[in-house]
Design a protein around this ligand. Sequence first.
Ligand SMILES: Nc1ncnc2c1ncn2[C@@H]1O[C@H](COP(=O)(O)OP(=O)(O)O)[C@@H](O)[C@H]1O
Ligand SMILES: [Mg+2]
Length: 243
Amino acid sequence: MTAVLEATGISKSFRGLQALRGVDISVEEGQILGIIGANGAGKTTLFNCITGNFPPTSGTVRLDGADVTGQPAHRLAHRGMVRTFQLMRPFHTMTVLENVEIAAMSRGARGGTARREAGETVERTGLGEWADQLSGSLPAAMQKRLELARALAMRPRVLLLDEVLAGLVPAERAPVLDLLENLRDTEGMTMVFIEHIMAAVRRLSDHVVMMDSGAVLATGSADEVLTDPQVVEAYLGKEASDA
Ligand SMILES: Nc1ncnc2c1ncn2[C@@H]1O[C@H](COP(=O)(O)OP(=O)(O)O)[C@@H](O)[C@H]1O
Ligand SMILES: [Mg+2]
């Protein structure tokens, strides 16, 4: 099988700080790759380099085999790759539905089509009863769903998720996990997700990459990585939880 998304030798320096040191990841079509690692390991920076927020200092990003290194986020979105942000960025003075509609319009849907698609996405992400609320007034769990809804409204084939479960209580996580699993299983969506909740990593990941200090420390199945003594020593012993 060929990789839909492949990042090779990704390095990123911020002035003196080397945040990424030659990171390689690769995801095949319809698979979910989980990325774990302590805060500051470089996970979000890897997403930023892959999804066009800023170019890597060195390394190559390939989408469907084409070199897309350094291409801006809107162009990558047109090619089918979309990400969510760890810190949410909705327009707080718009309603939930309007926020999702804007996302649908950003990939070309117009007028009634954009509104209809936005309505479907709002329902699918469990935001139906919040559709007409100002997004700034949403509880945290619903803001997380809005971030996901805005990404899905762009109809990605490749979706990158940065801690979409953070701040959610277990009962709020289950519907999000169900939705992600459903997107893979029924639409063949390819995903990369950064996550600290190990139960979610175990459930969703076809493969796991563990990052430490800007480098990949371990890669393999969830079972292999989560029981790797180096991973337990560097990460799991300290901060991860199944809570
Ligand atoms: N825009 C930036 N400018 C300077 N330093 C940054 C920037 N983004 C991230 N960093 C630094 O890079 C390192 C990795 O951060 P980050 O990728 O956010 O880690 P993670 O998502 O794994 O918690 C940290 O030391 C962080 O302070
Ligand atoms: Mg992060």
